[in-house]
Design a binder for this molecule. Structure first.
Ligand SMILES: Nc1ncnc2c1ncn2[C@@H]1O[C@H](COP(=O)(O)OP(=O)(O)OP(=O)(O)O)[C@@H](O)[C@H]1O
Length: 356
């Protein structure tokens, strides 16, 4: 059963039990190795060589209720496999997993009432029906009371502007319109935890922002847990407080963007233009890149907080203009994969165990 209370302003919020608790979670498959050449092909038929492939290895992760978590990683890293285990579609080969307090593959029916999912290119809507009719069918399947259903659709429509196209058959919708309807379908039964695979794929910048605002609202105001897989680093920068980087089946990093910056950030550059000429300025913990009477460019040394550098600079000189250039999210993630060490929240090297 889903544990709910009423929060400020009468909003329903979910209880404090973690949404996901995974410990040592693994998934292996057995694959047949195809041998080369005609003789090899014949041998593969007569005596196929089978090898075990580890797709997800020893993943430990706790996601609290109401968290917005991005699951990131290169193609083939194991993200979809993890989400398939979270949603009960795949049975883990090892470790333990609970989602909304349930063992997903053992209690798929119970789990379905408390989770929602959007899987990228696939739709859960009826192809030949207008999206609105699909949402009505889902209302009947889940037994949602009419007033609740209408209130939820009005809320989804307010941010996602569904009314413009929800009377059009799904097969005539653009990808961006269809995914917006799929988002509504995944939330219509008010699930506690939502899994979204590339929710902003194929959308223009305006619609992407609409979807991000919608997901923020669903996490912050509604207390829903949102786990999204994405290759769009702007989703991460605009949306997620927590990042889990997966690589070759393992968690390589688990923490906030600030943790990632601390662990894998390159340099931050502080550029100041002064309102009047100044003499020599010494700011502790920095290297000077450029200095004139009117300009100063500094790079804080590793481990030095650039905000302290900015405070010192502004406190001691007449700064007319100031710019801080940091690595963008994409370069941070690239650095994390290149650096190779698994890092948990707080920037500490670790095994991918929950960092908070
Ligand atoms: N049933 C299976 N049999 C064999 N290999 C599999 C199976 N399912 C997944 N894999 C392999 O496991 C790896 C992880 O796949 P997965 O789909 O989880 O990656 P992903 O991180 O979601 O990738 P993408 O970003 O491309 O969607 C891939 O190398 C894939 O080929």
């Amino acid at each position: 059963m889903i544990d709910r209370t009423t929060g400020p302003g009468g909003l329903e919020i979910f209880g404090g039990a973690p949404a996901i608790v995974a410990s040592g979670l693994s998934k292996s498959v057995t694959v047949t190795v195809a041998e080369r050449g005609l003789r090899g092909a014949l041998r593969s038929v007569v005596r196929p060589e089978r090898v075990r492939r580890d797709i997800v290895r020893d993943v430990s992760l706790t996601v609290r209720a109401g968290e917005l978590v991005a699951l990131l990683g290169p193609n083939g890293a194991g993200k979809s496999t993890l989400v398939k285990m979270f949603t009960g579609i795949l049975v883990p080969s090892g470790g333990t997993l609970r989602v909304n307090g349930l063992v997903p593959h053992r209690d798929r029916a119970g789990l379905a009432r408390g989770i929602g999912a959007v899987f990228g290119q696939r739709t859960q809507l009826w192809w030949d029906l207008p999206a609105r009719e699909s949402l009505d069918i889902l209302r009947d399947i889940y037994g949602i009371p009419g007033p609740d259903h209408r209130r939820r659709l009005a809320e989804f429509d307010e941010i996602l502007a569904l009314r413009d196209f929800w009377d059009t058959p799904v097969r005539h919708l653009s990808l961006g319109q269809r995914v917006r309807c799929d988002l509504a379908a995944s939330l219509v039964h008010d699930p506690r935890t939502v899994f979204l695979d590339e929710p902003t794929i194929g959308m223009d910048v305006v619609v992407k922002e609409q979807v991000r605002e919608f997901l923020r609202h669903q996490a912050l105001a509604r207390g829903r847990t949102v786990v999204l897989t994405t290759h769009d680093t702007a989703d991460v920068a605009h949306l997620c407080e927590r990042l889990v980087l997966v690589d070759r089946g393992r968690v390589r990093f688990d923490g906030t963007l600030a943790n990632l910056r601390a662990a894998h950030g390159g340099s931050v550059t502080v550029r100041a233009v002064f309102a009047a000429p100044v003499g020599p300025v010494e700011i502790e913990g920095t290297d000077v890149v450029e200095r004139t009477d009117l300009r100063l460019t500094l790079v804080p040394r590793p481990g030095v907080d650039h905000r302290r550098v900015v405070r010192d600079l502004v406190g001691r000189t007449p700064v007319a203009d100031l710019r801080v250039d940091e690595d963008d999210v994409e370069s941070l993630i690239r650095n994390a994969y290149r650096d190779g060490r698994p890092v948990t929240a707080g920037g500490r090297p670790g095994t991918g165990a929950p960092g908070r």
